[in-house]
Design a protein around this ligand. Structure first.
Ligand code: SF4
Length: 355
């Protein structure tokens, strides 16, 4: 299809959205926007992008910030390893590349958290190099137009789509080609209800002409979901509450949360209160147990978290070393996972003068 990139470019000219990272093609802007948009919709990602580059306008300011501050700006976006990796990559650029963003496809992938997709986006948009960036949008568009049923999550499929996209790329303007492909997948050839009636590829689109749109793209593996049960303790002493830092090698690494007892199954309150983890933390003379919240289901890509909160008031301060005592005002300084943030916001709305 020799006209592919021309058709795409014309569509892009007419439909391109004005987005803040499109004001220039600096690698820093492309990088930040691509990482934010990996797991986030444009509408939500735009505000985070603006906040992020206002606070960290360049790679030096990002590298100089403490990790806590980077996580705080990221709070609510989820997939926090993205923020931690960006911070590490910024330090790499400053310390190993003398503050200059690497300008080759291979060099860019040496930075922490940057895989071939983001590297191709930066290489093409910022440096004009002909590498196709292939994300879920691109798999969908190509599988439908070319009628490819090879699973996109198989190594055979990845190779096949990669070769095809790199054949189709506009070698004179690879950056616009990549942006246009992503935009086309996001606006025109959407997962459900693609706008086929107004599509410039309609006449050659195999999925459209064979009525197979809902069957493409094909995925081989359904991801197994893990259920976890989070019993959070909302522990008050006077006007303060307690937080703890999350451990490494798990979700929300290095963020702060209310003290947690995780259980392999759902526990009744009686089972929880007689659990060894609970009795080792609280003694009856000091702890008064209050309300229990309803269970909230918090869904991550491979995990379903069953979250509840139990209020506990202490007569005397806690003596658990890993707990940090904080006031309402100090909470602002701590990056919190979304369910904990929502719970504490709700508490403060109901009792603005209390934590
Ligand atoms: S015709 Fe429909 S399915 Fe085919 S590329 Fe266009 S929007 Fe996508």
């Amino acid at each position: 299809m020799p006209e592919f990139h021309k058709i795409l470019r014309d569509w892009y000219k007419q439909n391109k959205r004005d987005l803040p990272w499109r004001t220039n093609n600096l690698p820093y802007y492309v990088w930040v926007s691509e990482i934010i948009l990996q797991q986030t919709r444009v509408a939500q990602g735009t505000n985070y992008f603006i906040r992020f580059v206002n606070r960290f306008p360049d790679v030096e300011s990002l590298a100089a910030a403490p990790e806590n501050e980077v996580l705080k700006i990221w709070q609510g976006l989820g997939y926090y390893s993205r923020a931690r990796n960006m911070h590490k990559a910024a330090l790499q650029v400053v310390n190993e590349f003398h503050g200059n963003f690497p300008d080759s496809f291979i060099g860019i992938q040496k930075l922490k958290g940057i895989g071939s997709y983001t590297a191709a986006a930066i290489a093409s948009i910022s440096f004009g190099l002909p590498y196709a960036s292939i994300d879920g949008n691109v798999y969908r568009v190509l599988s439908r137009i070319f009628g490819i049923a090879t699973p996109v999550d198989s190594s055979k499929g990845k190779k096949e789509f990669n070769e095809l996209a790199n054949q189709l790329i506009d070698r004179n303007d690879p950056g616009t080609f990549n942006e246009a492909m992503m935009e086309f997948g996001a606006l025109q050839c959407t997962p459900r209800n693609p706008d086929c009636n107004n599509c410039p590829f309609q006449s050659q689109c195999i999925a459209f002409n064979h009525k197979e749109i809902s069957k493409l793209p094909v995925k081989a593996n359904k991801t197994k979901v893990r259920h976890r049960y989070f019993n959070y303790m909302y522990i008050k002493h006077g006007k303060s509450i307690y937080l703890e830092k999350r451990a490494e090698n798990d979700i929300w690494q290095n963020m702060y949360q209310l003290p947690l007892i995780e259980s392999p199954d759902s526990l009744s309150l009686e089972e929880l209160f007689s659990n060894d983890n609970f009795t080792s933390l609280f003694n009856k003379d000091n702890a008064v147990i209050g309300n229990e919240s309803k269970e909230i289901l918090h869904i991550l890509s491979h995990q379903k978290l069953h979250v509840r909160f139990i209020e506990i008031t202490l007569e005397k301060p806690a003596a658990i070393q890993s707990w940090i005592k904080v006031s309402t005002e100090e909470l602002e300084d701590y990056p919190l996972p979304k369910p904990v943030e929502n719970f504490l916001n709700e508490k403060n709305r109901n009792h603005p003068n209390r934590t």
